[in-house]
Design a protein around this ligand. Structure first.
Ligand code: ADP
Length: 487
């Protein structure tokens, strides 16, 4: 099967969150299943061409893509995704993509991803390559299903091409003023109240993806049900409900070539289930780095996250005194909203010796925290899949999570499981979105940490689980087959 995988982030080229990890791993797993996969992403100025092995494609040369009535010059660069044969195609349009960030609040944010989406289709045409599936991810590629079925319908190349639309986070919807219609050359008669591209008087790229894709999925089973309800549907629950039988949930996998404590290139001390001593050495190493006093008997709690409300930082802030008073220490890495950045930046001064923070994005440090921490906290308000709790399991770092979305699908509460006579719990979890529920769960974890045998059992329960992409990729292949049948 031929798959065009369209994404705005991909490890190791550009990353702000989980989509990048998915894009860097799922195509490789699909290739192992016999698929031919080509990734398409924008060429951002932050991508170092020579270090990442990009080559200019002279055969394609210049492509002209019209956005908002202006012809833009577009070029193609290519590379091989490391450790695979997957071809990565970089859509190069400096006017739109050589900016300070992957996503911006610039006035032409809609135009940037209209150009990208059209650029992908124009490139497929130049290749003369008809994918069985165009796999679109999030609102940035949400117009592609419409383009294939309408704007580019004349091109018989795509007669049998089906589209799959993956929602990684329904809260980011790509909503723009009506001018986006003409910028994208979308037929005006598709825009009317309740119509296929209209949402609350705006043009919604995410709704368009949901309406026009042959099949839709999200990144965990639980989240695929949650978004059908008002609480988590971010206004689109009724649109999704109308297509309920076409909405699937497939849990993200993990690329264990990147995230494995036995081989992780960022760790000064590697370790495995058989010998966890390296984990303690990493803890000491990291605590020294943050000038925190090291104590084997006191748990180190880690957090790595975008600092946005979704991730539960309001209830975290509300519980800060209770959390800091626990017999534990904290290391927190994150970047995002100003108010949370300021909050975390100030904590080490308020609570010296108790907490270290790093504000910003730091991939190496994120690996080190996974390895060094004893406990990993994710109090998300909602979480489509969540990857850090799955990484934590492999690193013997016991997750404390709120029971929502992918967190609920992957973490089994030790004490709850015990009540039913099971000893396969792999973490701690809470349901109520309150500061109290959060701090009492963290407290349960901190108390259990003292019981060394039980703790080791919980760690090993997590470490032996396998969330590699193999089984999720098989599910995607099934989804692609179903989408093809629908086309
Ligand atoms: P989301 O996509 O909502 O941000 P996920 O849990 O799906 O959440 O994925 C987050 C990914 O981004 C993980 O790989 C995590 O390690 C990484 N990450 C988040 N914040 C940072 C940061 N400040 N520095 C480095 N990596 C980060």
């Amino acid at each position: 099967m031929k798959i065009a995988f369209v994404t705005t982030e991909c490890v190791p080229y550009a990353k702000t969150g989980g989509l990048a990890d998915v894009a860097g791993a799922l195509p490789k797993a699909l290739e192992k299943l016999g698929c031919e996969v080509k990734i398409f992403m924008p060429k951002y100025s932050s991508i170092d061409e020579s270090r990442k092995g990009l080559r200019y494609n002279w055969d394609i040369g210049e492509m002209i893509v019209r956005v908002n009535g202006i012809d833009r010059s577009v070029h193609l660069h290519q590379a091989k995704l490391p450790n695979s044969n997957v071809e990565v195609n970089f859509i190069d349009c400096p006017y739109y993509f050589y900016r300070g960030a992957i996503y911006t609040n610039d006035r032409d944010e809609d135009e940037r991803f209209i150009l990208f989406s059209k650029g992908v289709i124009e490139t497929l045409q130049r290749f003369g390559w008809a994918p069985d599936i165009i796999h679109c991810n999030d609102w940035q590629s949400g117009l592609i299903p419409l383009f294939i079925k309408d704007n580019y319908k004349w091109d018989r190349l795509f007669d049998k091409t089906a589209t799959v639309f993956t929602i990684h986070n329904i809260a980011y919807q790509g909503r723009f003023s009506k001018s986006a219609l003409s910028a994208a050359e979308i037929r005006g008669d598709l825009f009317y109240p309740g119509g296929p591209v209209e949402f609350e008087d705006s043009v919604s790229f995410m709704k368009t993806g949901i309406v026009f894709a042959d099949l839709i999925n999200t990144v965990s089973n639980k989240y695929s049900h949650e978004i059908l309800k008002e609480e988590h549907g971010a206004g689109l629950h009724n649109i999704l409900r109308a297509r309920k039988s076409d909405v699937y949930g497939i849990l993200n996998g993990v690329d264990y070539e990147e995230w494995n404590p036995e081989t992780d290139k960022f760790l000064p001390f590697k370790y495995s289930m058989k010998d966890l001593s390296g984990k303690t050495k990493n803890k000491k190493f990291l605590m020294d780095h943050f000038n925190l006093p090291f104590d084997v008997n006191r748990p180190l709690i880690g957090m790595v996250s975008r600092l946005v409300q979704q991730k539960g930082f309001d209830i975290f802030a509300g519980a800060i005194n209770e959390l800091i008073n626990l017999n534990a220490q904290w290391i927190i890495l994150g970047g995002g909203e100003q108010k949370y950045e300021n909050f975390f930046r100030g904590l080490p001064n308020y609570f010296p010796g108790k907490i270290g923070t790093y504000i910003g994005y730091n991939n190496e440090l994120s690996h080190l925290i996974e390895a060094a921490a004893d406990i990993f906290v994710m109090p998300s308000r909602y979480e489509p899949c969540g990857l850090n709790q799955i990484y934590s399991l492999k690193y013997g770092t016991v997750p404390v999570v709120r029971k929502t979305g992918g967190l609920a699908d992957t973490i089994k509460d030790w004490d709850e499981e015990k009540q039913f006579g099971f000893d396969h719990g792999n973490g701690f979890s809470f349901y109520d979105y309150t500061s109290y529920a959060l701090s009492s769960s963290v407290e349960r974890a901190v108390n259990t940490f003292k019981e060394k045998d039980i703790w080791k059992k919980i760690q090993l329960n997590g470490m032996k689980l396998d969330f590699s992409w193999d089984s999720s990729a098989e599910k995607y292949l099934e989804l692609y087959k179903m989408a093809k049948e629908k086309r």
